[in-house]
Design a protein around this ligand. Structure first.
Ligand SMILES: NC(=O)c1ccc[n+]([C@@H]2O[C@H](COP(=O)([O-])OP(=O)(O)OC[C@H]3O[C@@H](n4cnc5c(N)ncnc54)[C@H](OP(=O)(O)O)[C@@H]3O)[C@@H](O)[C@H]2O)c1
Length: 269
């Protein structure tokens, strides 16, 4: 029996699946016999992903729209309803930034917070009643840099950390219902070459860098979190090291980060 057999016959909604980790998550779902709703702003990219999933025999719906727009959440729900309703919601759409805090333009601050936090919150609100009715799962995608604030990515760290509070609060509010609320802290993962990262001035950069995990392996971990109905998963040994050190010796972590001159986070994220 496959590790993903729990997905067979289920409907999975994956926000931000036009590329990267979200796209790979959709592939594993389809391979395991799940129906998927894929989503993003880039229609051409989404069409490519949909075509590849259909080639694998997938049952797919596609939603184009900004995750910060409440209409997008409504469209995601309609698409999931056409596939007999959402069983698993993966709040994957996210955007990252680089730059010193003092220089981050207000629209960049807002965009990073809205995409990562408000987008996840509104999608979850939209599906909450449906997910509770099927004792489904909602998964939040955080980062190792959401476990600890890092220099050079301040508002991204803040946004990913906010997801911890959001997941904890929703979990507490819904605890009698059987809803599963999971959060995963992702480490340094391979990027698509066209992954977009904001600079502090709002311009976009593409980052090519070393990674500790493939997109496919991260996608598998996200889905296993849902399958095993675990609350939390921290990826990569560096992520675990940070978690442990920050608990045992937070001042030491402060010291290392302060001495690293902004390079420390690039070892971890
Ligand atoms: N890669 C890593 O090393 C890493 C590490 C830690 C955490 N994470 C988190 O993991 C998730 C996926 O990362 P990734 O590397 O696969 O990122 P990615 O390649 O940049 O993909 C992000 C996805 O989100 C969508 N998206 C971004 N902003 C959106 C918006 N405003 N409205 C709708 N869709 C939007 C993008 O689609 P469109 O451009 O088509 O809108 C894309 O499909 C993110 O939440 C990220 O923060 C990644």
């Amino acid at each position: 029996m496959s590790r993903f057999s729990f997905l067979s016959g289920k409907t999975v909604v994956i926000t931000g699946s036009s590329r990267g980790i979200g796209r790979e998550t959709a592939h594993i779902c389809v391979e395991a016999g799940a129906r998927v709703v894929i989503h993003g702003r880039n229609e051409a990219k989404l069409n490519e992903v949909a075509a590849a999933l259909l080639e694998k025999g997938g049952v797919v719906r596609m939603v184009v729209g900004d995750i910060c727009d409440p209409q997008t959440a409504a469209d995601l729900k309609q698409a999931a309803d056409e596939l007999s309703g959402c069983d698993v919601l993966i709040n994957n759409a996210g955007t990252s930034m680089r730059g010193p805090f003092s220089e981050i333009r207000t629209d960049v601050l807002e965009s990073v917070m809205r995409t990562n936090v408000i987008g996840s919150a509104v999608s979850t609100q939209t599906f909450l009643a449906d997910l509770i009715s099927v004792r489904g799962s909602v998964i939040f995608i955080s980062s190792v840099s959401g476990m600890r604030g890092f220099p050079g990515i301040s508002i991204y760290s803040a946004a990913k950390m906010a997801l911890t509070a959001l997941a904890q609060s929703i979990r507490a509010e819904t605890s009698p219902t059987g809803l599963h609320v999971g959060i995963i802290y992702i480490g340094f993962t391979e990027n698509d070459p066209d992954k977009e990262i904001y600079n502090a001035d709002g311009s976009i950069m593409h980052s090519k860098r070393k990674h500790d995990m493939t997109q496919r392996d991260v996608a598998a971990e996200i889905l296993l979190l849902a399958g095993r109905r675990k609350y939390r998963r921290v990826l990569t040994s560096k992520g675990w090291l940070l978690l442990t050190l920050d608990r045992l010796a937070p001042r030491l972590v402060d010291h290392i980060i302060n001495r690293s001159g902004g390079r420390f986070h690039s070892l971890l994220k």
